[in-house]
Design a binder for this molecule. Sequence first.
Ligand SMILES: Cc1ncc(COP(=O)(O)O)c(C=O)c1O
Length: 457
Amino acid sequence: MADHDLRFIEEQFCSWGDTVHYNQPIRQFSRCDQFYLFDTAGNRYLDFQMVYSAANFGYQNGHFEQALTDQLRTLPQLASEYVTREKILLSQAIAQTAIAAWSTKGRVHFNVGGSQAIDDSLKLVAVNRGSRRVFAFEGSYHGRTIGASAITSSFRYRSRFGAFGERAHFIPFPYCFRCPYGKQRSDCELYCAKQVRRLFESEYQSIVDQRDNCSEFVAFYVEPVQGTGGYIVPPFDYFRELKKVLDEFNILLAVDEIQMGFFRTGRFWAIEHFGVAPDILVFGKSLTNGLNPLSGMWAREELIAPERFPPGSTHSTFGANPLGVRLGCATFDWLAGHDYATTVPSLGAYLVEGLKDVQARHPEIGDVNGLGLAVRVEMCYADKYTPNRDLAHRVKEAAMDTPVDTDVGPLRLILDIGGYHKNVFTLSPSLDINRGVIDCFLCIFEKVLAETKRKTV
Ligand SMILES: Cc1ncc(COP(=O)(O)O)c(C=O)c1O
């Protein structure tokens, strides 16, 4: 069937409620390999988005294919009241990352999809603190189920779906390039963290009852590096200051590692860069290299022990499904054979350096920054500050439509856009790229940017 016939069918029979129609026309792909996607006409695209950081270890990776095939041939499906060896071993492997990083014993609970795991973590908060009223950050994205939308900052995701009684209380994120308080990092002395503390000064700031030091908001959901918010890296001492306040008022730290976990930032968990230990940690995406929608949460023993979170507290038919947990084990095997703690920071620094070089020739790039291979390129007007959403979107489209000649043949680019003003390229290439691939990316990116600007004048 020809592509245009399929599109005609899509228009009539597919719901438009997902994000496919963000693209006009819609974009269809038929094949992938390593860091590349291929469309139905055979055009090759270098993917610097990798399923929103769910396919960190590359497409058609034989190691994961083998694990999947083995599981398919033995026990591919199983009712979730029963257990496989891999579920147990994967739980142990994840729990051991917390023992290694924070010397903290905990347990793991699986679900399907990041948003569902966020919902589970909200249940866990509720059973431990008697409430689901939580803090989250401006610019946060925790997913689009009803529960996760309530703690996701964008009102667009809530506005048409009724009242969200348990909507989070949103706190400004330390976004230094656009400091919400108009400060400069060089002399701000973490004014933003002080503003959080200020909320607890008296009951009239609306948060705390000082008679028993009880906060109305019982957990704080954080993305250590904001993902959809535009790959914003906070100052390295920010979370330590925040955690002091949380500890004083018995507020749980719930860390969303769904996008930044599994070495995206050069550490197993991104929060490891910031010197604080989570009470609850939520993960998904790259746990299975994007091959199965397995997600989950880890929590400190005290919070998730069976007497707190007894059988049946939450359940999904496909939670801990055998294919997913087998792939999760394959991820741990893969990680054991790779030194991402060394290679990812080095490749990330090389990419940032290359982008800064491009920035020197293009004032429309207001900010380049990153942590490991989570790299942001913030597009602005020529004043290097006013957000330029239009330019970012035209570059994204042009990158997909314009083949650029490279050493490996004509290539197009897949870019993702995030940010509070939808003007930030959030680059999340495969962790297995090399400097040659980065050079190739930089060459295409600059050519497309220059050509897009030329067409605008
Ligand atoms: C930080 C973060 N949390 C939660 C989610 C939601 O995960 P899912 O799309 O698997 O429901 C995402 C997805 O992009 C995310 O980046």
